[in-house]
Design a protein around this ligand. Structure first.
Ligand SMILES: Nc1ncnc2c1ncn2[C@@H]1O[C@H](COP(=O)(O)OP(=O)(O)O)[C@@H](O)[C@H]1O
Ligand SMILES: [Mg+2]
Length: 301
């Protein structure tokens, strides 16, 4: 490999999963500069070794986006791309982009004021889910089961957010998804593994909230949704959350995460996600070193 066989790895702290990515990259002969959120970004002009690509794995979505934007402005390519991170870190952006590109998703409304939440709830037969635009790990996501419930949701927020700074919010129909959702990990363009996240006693099936992992095969319908997602978002590393909607009998995209965690899950399903990420990084770095290279992660506009 040539001069640019080094990458910048942006992280909040080196967790088990990032360490594993580093170990695989080293085997591939790729040098890794670790850049913690607390460190300065190498934006040019310094004594830093040149790097061919910045792999963004910051824990906070805000940090991920900020750092990727600055790196891109300084002329560096990031994985994921700034556009993909921008879309994936905002549930409202995702809903709009997926609608534009015909990606199947729960029916939704964007509510710009608390009053509009009542219309949205009626639209979804008095059963819906309210989501802040930016959140993860199931935080701030509420199931609304009728007018009294919504009155309570609005009242609880009035004192902490009197100016309604947290609006607009996303309102989705509540999907009859059984006791699980499906996480598909995509690396490059390939869905490398899929598993159910099963929770008998919580409708939010995040693994952080205790859901169990149950590996499943990637069927043609799931593969085809993943193809569409990478066409729209560009190649990258993604954790797509899907529902199987038992009422409509089809798959829907709940959301796509730009920095999927895998430390716990890969030990159960056995697919070495870190290896696939490292292999993909090597492909991109090698390709960038050839004259034919054009950016691969362009989002369709
Ligand atoms: N519209 C919905 N219908 C049914 N369950 C939902 C819906 N939206 C989210 N959930 C449940 O809540 C969990 C968290 O929602 P998600 O949009 O993935 O946010 P987060 O970014 O916090 O993971 C999902 O994994 C799913 O189990
Ligand atoms: Mg999720």
């Amino acid at each position: 490999m040539e001069q640019n066989s080094a990458i910048l790895l942006c992280v909040t702290k080196l967790r088990e999963e990032e360490q594993r990515i580093i170990d695989h990259l080293k085997v591939f002969g790729i040098r890794v500069q670790v850049n913690l959120d607390s460190m300065e970004l190498p934006l040019g002009g310094g004594e830093v070794e040149p790097f061919g690509l910045a792999l963004i794995r910051c824990l906070s979505q805000k940090n991920a986006l900020n750092r990727a934007q600055l790196l891109e402005l300084a002329g560096h390519e990031t994985l994921n791309s700034v556009k993909a991170i921008t879309i994936c870190t905002n549930k409202i952006h995702q809903a709009i982009v997926f609608q534009k590109h015909g990606i199947p998703q729960p029916r939704f409304k964007i509510a710009f004021t608390p009053e509009k939440l009542y219309d949205a709830m009626r639209n979804f037969d008095e059963l819906c889910v309210i989501k802040p635009a930016t959140s993860s790990w199931g935080r701030g996501i509420a199931r609304i089961t009728g007018k009294e419930c919504l009155d309570g949701w609005i009242a609880a927020r009035e004192s902490v957010d009197p100016g309604h700074q947290s609006f607009p919010v996303l309102v989705q129909q509540f999907v009859e998804k059984g006791d699980y959702d499906i996480r598909v990990v995509i690396v490059g363009r390939t869905p490398i593994v899929a598993f159910r996240r099963v929770s008998a006693d919580n409708w939010k099936t995040n693994t952080h909230l205790g859901a169990e992992i149950d590996p499943i095969p990637i069927n043609e319908e799931i593969a085809s949704i993943c193809r569409r997602l990478t066409e729209v978002l560009g190649e990258g590393v993604y954790g797509a959350d899907l529902f199987y909607d038992y009422k409509e009998q089809r798959y829907l995209v709940c959301e796509v995460n730009q920095n999927p965690e895998f430390a716990k899950s890969w030990k159960i399903h056995g697919v070495d996600v870190a290896y696939h990420i490292a292999k993909y990084v090597r492909e991109v770095v090698e390709l960038k070193n050839t004259a034919k290279y054009t950016a691969k992660y362009t989002v369709i506009s």
